[in-house]
Design a protein around this ligand. Structure first.
Ligand code: SAM
Length: 316
């Protein structure tokens, strides 16, 4: 689907599941929308373009993303308000009384963050371990790798990276940091690769991919953030308002799925209770039971679309 809008070439970034997320949000020209993960402003530009008297609030915890988005969204001045902050604080970030018609979450890191060696997200470069989405946050990957206790390292590698060799990797990190701090992404990638058994070194993608994912999620406390952010959005949405959430790996998708399922559930009393005592009623209806995935045409063009899943819900 053509949007009729061409962002400035320097900021071209192909938003994932664009058509599907715009349809999911069912954008009204006079509606109020929130892009909780503004990034390079890809989705936001397409939302803003569909507004007349409506408004879009764009949020990102990364000041650099906001700087880019200001330029991408310049053609829509007056329709867009950019806010710096964490989407888990949606309530306090938005002006009092804001009841959005739609909220979009496009989770995880952006390509500009991942592709910037200075941000220390990627094993493709050898730079100082960082991985903070907001460089003002106090804890970077350096502290996690060099200071967190062994059991915490094992836990995050398993829970956030689904790394089956979490104990082996954690043990290798502990041994190595006892001699000298692990300073760079290159040192970490090499250490992790060496810690793995030979068959795991041959697995699909970089052998340290899951470890890097786990660290990134720990540094940015992403899992708790997803749950809190989605709940905040559900609380704020107008009746009939839409929530759309795009995830990129199974840990993220599970957090989205379970948070939405919990909000869509009514009474949670045990089945043998004669009457409901919990008083819980569903807050949302699930629009997608199974997540939407990218169409073949998008898969051909956009590598990131391969793992993308979109879940949609409507406020009751
Ligand atoms: C995948 S990118 C979004 C890309 C965007 N939809 C686009 O089309 O350009 C995710 C963005 O969400 C931001 N982000 C991640 N977690 C956040 C949080 N808890 N609060 C606010 N922003 C967050 C990241 O900094 C990143 O810029």
């Amino acid at each position: 689907m053509s949007s009729g809008f061409d962002p400035a070439p320097a900021f071209t970034h192909e938003p994932v599941l664009l058509r599907e997320s715009l349809e999911a949000l069912a954008i009204k020209p006079d509606g109020l929308y929130v892009d909780a993960t503004l990034g390079a402003g890809g989705h936001a530009a397409h939302i803003a373009q569909r507004l007349t008297t409506g408004r879009l609030f764009g949020i990102d915890r990364d000041p650099e993303a906001l700087r880019r988005a200001v330029q991408t969204l310049a053609p829509f001045e007056g329709r867009v308000v950019l806010l710096h902050g964490d989407y888990r604080n949606l309530d306090s970030l938005l002006p009092d009384g804001t009841r959005p018609d739609g909220v979009l979450f496009d989770l995880g890191v952006s390509s500009p963050q991942f592709d910037d060696p200075a941000r220390g997200f990627s094993y493709r470069y050898d730079t100082r371990l960082d991985m903070r989405m907001n460089p003002n946050d106090p804890i970077s990957a350096y502290e996690v790798v060099n200071q967190w206790p062994p059991e915490e390292l094992r836990r995050i590698l398993w829970a956030y990276g689904e790394e089956e060799y979490a104990p082996l990797i954690a043990a290798a990190l502990i041994r190595r940091r006892a001699e000298a701090p692990i300073e760079t992404t290159g040192q970490l990638a090499e250490l992790v690769t060496r810690a793995l058994p030979p068959k795991a070194r041959r697995r699909k993608g970089h052998p340290a991919k899951q470890c890097f994912q786990a660290l990134r999620m720990a540094v940015n406390d992403e899992l708790a953030g997803i749950r809190e952010g989605l709940r905040a959005a559900i609380g704020l949405l107008k009746p009939g308002g839409r929530l759309a959430a795009i995830s990129f790996h199974s840990v993220e998708d599970r957090a989205v799925k379970t948070t939405l399922a919990e909000a869509a559930r009514g009474c949670t009393c045990p089945p043998d209770f004669p009457v409901c005592v919990c008083g819980k009623t569903p807050l949302i209806a699930l629009v997608t039971r199974k997540p939407l995935t990218a169409a073949p045409a998008e898969l051909e063009q956009n590598r990131r679309a391969h793992s993308a899943k979109l879940r949609v819900a409507e406020k009751i």
